[in-house]
Design a protein around this ligand. Structure first.
Ligand code: SER
Length: 593
């Protein structure tokens, strides 16, 4: 069965059982600072699992795009992926274990036609914090699953969640398909990593909330949260041994082999091919997300950068010397664009970001690898934090990549030392960049200085024309133009643009003086100066005022520099007004003399 058909059947099955179909949420969690990515379908539903009524009711179902960074290290085996799709059905204080398990069974056997004999399940064995789940075991037995195919496991296997540090969680029952392979040992069973038992579905019975103190308190309502892995289930449905042989990976794998000129891969190559396929798929989905994440130095951007760079390094292992990530991205987009329209909508962004990141990293990869060899020669069995940091800073090697390289040589890396150094450095560079880029100014020629003053006038003019909600979201100035991003959720009308232009030009013609004063940020705020940056400004800040004392048109905390008088600016013209993100507009403008 194909992916599309499978997902459709799942949604329809639960729709018939009274569930409302809800769309996939963003990969970047909206209101949860405890995790970087959406790791499961329940994630966007946390407020509702905690008791807030959901507008669609008490029974929900969907297919959710997910990223699990905890599984990155296992990528390459038969079933673990960084990006995957999860099917989920939920009861928000409605049905409970009996319905959930019976429907799982019905869907697996009647709809998907797995044989009851292939099905093995696990249930929670209980511990000091939560009792054993005899109820689930009895329900399975009543459905005909014999005791020897019901396994009792502890918290690490059969108690799910919370997704972050706190939140809803509870015991779960997991469903595995026996692939028919020989057991690897006497103790081989569901949960064993040999691949005989393929985990495809998890029914979680959320009755607890884990608090910040680490306590499990009972939730107001009992919820069911299930998660079924799309890639894993279609692996079983398509009679394959691993996720990479299914139709959601085959075209990508084929393309990688084509580019690398591989006919029959060997074991080492297979691992690299799988890592490239997985990591670039994840990267495409992160880049394609509406939240517009760029490869970068922290949070999601850091993970994204690590995925892309690791894929490039594995490309290097396969002998791929030219840029290839965007070619793989095209395959991924082709497979998923019908269901995730954001991928085609953001195609240009995805491709451009990949190209940029690849160009950046290719510039240092070879030299970094040589440096790594030298470091290995002089180190015994541990790579020092100093060396790991050098690889990061000078050659752009994410620490995970250095660990992987070290692992291949049976060496360890001082990861903790690296992390401390990394944090210390981020602090220093944060302070530095605040000083340098507070004004968004990259150089200080006469023309950029003029454009900078024009930016202040523009900001104030926009507030007059569009309203006081206008906040500066970003500024970038080159010798040719200014670029100003601001908070506003509608396209500006021609009339508004004209009006803004004429206010700016009027202020220029009035030949207003530009004055700089120094004061503390607090004083500046008291005097009504605008300060758009939350970072630390240091003791004293500069405040630039445009207009005579007492009748200033604009007053802003800013590092400067600015012209002395607005008459130096020339004529102001807006050349473009466009959207950059939800609720953020961008103006490009020039000064003509
Ligand atoms: N939250 C559970 C999981 O991720 C079920 O959706 O497995």
């Amino acid at each position: 069965m194909e992916r599309k058909e499978f997902i459709k059947r799942y949604l329809e099955f639960f729709h018939k059982k009274g569930h409302k179909i809800i769309p996939s949420a963003s990969l970047i969690p909206e209101h949860d600072p405890t995790v970087l990515f959406t790791t499961a379908g329940m994630h966007p539903l946390v407020p509702f699992l905690l008791g807030q009524p959901h507008p669609q009711g008490k029974r929900l179902v969907n297919a959710q795009k997910c990223i699990r960074t905890t599984d990155i290290g296992s990528v390459g085996d038969s079933s673990h992926l960084t990006f995957f799709e999860m099917l989920g059905n939920w009861s928000l204080g409605d049905y409970w274990k009996k319905e959930a398990i019976e429907w799982s069974f019905e869907f697996l056997i009647k709809e998907l036609k797995f044989k009851p004999g292939q099905l093995h399940v696990t249930v929670f064995a209980g511990d000091g914090e939560a009792p054993k789940d005899g109820e689930s075991a009895r329900i399975w037995q009543n459905l005909g699953i014999p005791g020897e195919r019901i396994y009792w496991l502890g918290k690490s296997d059969n108690f799910w969640g919370p997704a972050g540090m706190t939140g809803p969680c509870g015991p779960c029952t997991e469903m595995f398909i026996d692939t028919g392979k020989k057991p690897c040992s006497k103790t081989c069973g569901p949960g064993c990593s040999c691949g005989k038992y393929f985990e495809i579905w998890n029914d979680v019975f959320m009755e607890y909330n884990k608090t910040a103190e680490g306590k499990y308190s009972k939730l107001k309502q009992k919820n069911v949260d299930t998660g079924m892995g799309v890639e894993r289930t279609i692996t079983m449905l398509q009679g394959k041994k691993n996720v990479y042989e299914t139709s959601v990976f085959l075209p990508v794998i084929k393309r990688i082999k084509e580019i690398a000129g591989i006919k029959n891969e060997n074991g080492g190559q297979e691992n690299s091919i799988r890592i490239i396929a997985d990591h670039l798929k994840a990267a495409v989905f992160i880049l394609g997300d509406e939240k517009r994440i760029h490869p970068g130095k922290k949070d999601q951007g850091y993970i994204l950068r690590g995925l892309i760079r690791k894929a490039i390094r594995h490309g290097n292992i396969l002998g791929i010397k030219e840029n290839f990530t965007e070619k793989i991205a095209e395959e991924v987009i082709r497979i998923y664009q019908e269901d995730y329209s954001e991928l085609s909508k953001n195609r240009k962004f995805i491709i451009e970001e990949l190209e940029k990141e690849e160009a950046l990293f290719r510039g240092t990869l070879e030299r970094g690898l040589k440096e790594f060899e030298n470091i290995c020669k002089k180190s015994k069995n541990k790579i020092l934090c100093r060396d790991a940091f050098l690889l990061y800073q000078s050659f752009g090697f994410p620490i995970e990549m250095t660990c992987e390289l070290a692992d291949e040589k049976d060496k360890k890396v001082d990861v903790n030392g690296f992390k401390k150094e990394f944090e210390r450095h981020q602090e220093i560079s944060r302070q530095g960049s605040e000083k340098k880029f507070k004004s968004g100014l990259a150089d200080t020629s006469e023309q950029t200085t003029r454009l900078h003053t024009a930016t202040h006038i523009l900001g104030q003019a926009l507030r007059e024309v569009l309203g006081s909600h206008i906040q500066q979201k970003g500024s970038n100035i080159t010798a040719e133009r200014l670029r100003f991003d601001f908070s506003h959720d509608k396209k500006m009308t021609d009339e508004e643009i004209k009006k803004t232009e004429s206010i700016v030009n009027e202020k220029i013609e009035k030949a207003m003086p530009v004055k700089r004063e120094e004061m503390t940020l607090e004083e500046a705020r008291k005097k009504g100066a605008l300060a758009f940056f939350d970072g630390k400004y240091g003791e004293k800040v500069s405040v630039y005022s445009i207009g005579k004392a007492g009748q200033e048109f604009s007053k802003e905390v800013c590092a400067g520099p600015h012209v002395q008088n607005t008459k130096e600016l020339g004529k102001f013209k807006i050349v473009k007004e466009e959207a950059v993100a939800a609720g953020v507009r961008r103006i490009k403008a020039v000064l003509v003399s």
